[in-house]
Design a protein around this ligand. Structure first.
Ligand code: GTP
Length: 209
C-alpha cells in the first residue's frame, strides 16, 4: 500500500531518523560513512546536532531520508524534545568496547520513549565490531546480555563498524523498512522482526538513574 505520494517533491516518503547514544559510541562516524563514505579517527565531538539528507530507492519507491546526529555528551545536550520532533525512527548506538555506553542504552531508549511519538521504531546498534576479537572472547558485554536487553525493549540488534563499513547500509535499510512496515506501506521486514517502542508506564520502564 503506497497511498501517500509526494509527487510535488518527487519522492514517495519522507522519513526522519535520529541517532542517539553515548559520546564516542560512533554516531557521527556511522552518519559520515553512510552519507559520504568517509571515516576519520578524529571526528570532532558533536556539540549540538547535525542533519544529513539523501534520497534512497527501496522497492521502487523514492524515500527522502533525513538523519539527525545528536550530541552524546550530557553537557552539550539540551534535554528537550526538539531533536525528536517529527522523528519516525530511532537508532541507539553503543560502543562494543565500552560497557558504560551499553549500560546507558536503556537511558537513551527512555529519552526516545519520552519525546518521540508512540510506536516509533527503534534499533540498537553495537558499533566498533572491528575492535572485538571474537576468538579472544574479549567483548565487554556478552551477546546473551545484549540480546536480553534488545528483547526486553522489543528492538532488533545489529553490529556495525563505521571504520570498515560493516553493516552500516544494512542498519539504515533495516530502520527504514521497520518504519514503512509500521506505517503499513510494506508487508515484510528483513532480516529482523518489526520493532516498536513499547509504551509501558514510565515508572516501570524508564527509571533513569
Ligand atoms: P559525540 O559526538 O561525542 O556524541 O560522539 P560520537 O558518538 O559521534 O562518536 P564519533 O563518531 O565521533 O566516534 C568516536 C571515536 O570512535 C572516533 O575516534 C572514531 O574514529 C571512533 N570510531 C567510530 N566508529 C568506529 C568503528 O567502527 N571502529 C573503530 N575502531 N573506531 C570507531
Amino acid at each position: 500500500m503506497y497511498s501517500v505520494s509526494k509527487i510535488e517533491n518527487n519522492y514517495d516518503h519522507s522519513l526522519k531518523i535520529i541517532l542517539s547514544g553515548d559520546s564516542g559510541s560512533g554516531k557521527t562516524s556511522i552518519l559520515s560513512r553512510y552519507f559520504e563514505d568517509i571515516y576519520s579517527d578524529e571526528f570532532p565531538i558533536t556539540y549540538t546536532q547535525d542533519q544529513k539528507e539523501k534520497t534512497i530507492i527501496l522497492e521502487d519507491k523514492k524515500i527522502k531520508l533525513n538523519v539527525c546526529d545528536t550530541a552524546g555528551q550530557e553537557r552539550f545536550r539540551m534535554i528537550c524534545h526538539s531533536p525528536y520532533r517529527g522523528v519516525q525512527g530511532i537508532v541507539i548506538v553503543f560502543d562494543l568496547t565500552d560497557f558504560n555506553s551499553f549500560d546507558n542504552v536503556k537511558r537513551w531508549y527512555c529519552e526516545g520513549e519520552r519525546y518521540a511519538s508512540e510506536g516509533t521504531p527503534v534499533i540498537i546498534v553495537g558499533n566498533k565490531i572491528d575492535l572485538v576479537d571474537l576468538k579472544k572472547n574479549d567483548q565487554v558485554v556478552s551477546n546473551e546480555v545484549i540480546k536480553e536487553l534488545a528483547d526486553s525493549l522489543g528492538a532488533p540488534y545489529i553490529e556495525t563498524s563505521a571504520k570498515y563499513n560493516i553493516n552500516v547500509e544494512k542498519l539504515f535499510l533495516n530502520i527504514v523498512q521497520n518504519i514503512l512496515y509500521y506505517k503499513g506501506y510494506i508487508s515484510t521486514v528483513s532480516p529482523s522482526k518489526p520493532i516498536i517502542l513499547k509504551k509501558e508506564p514510565k515508572d516501570k520502564s524508564c527509571i533513569i538513574n
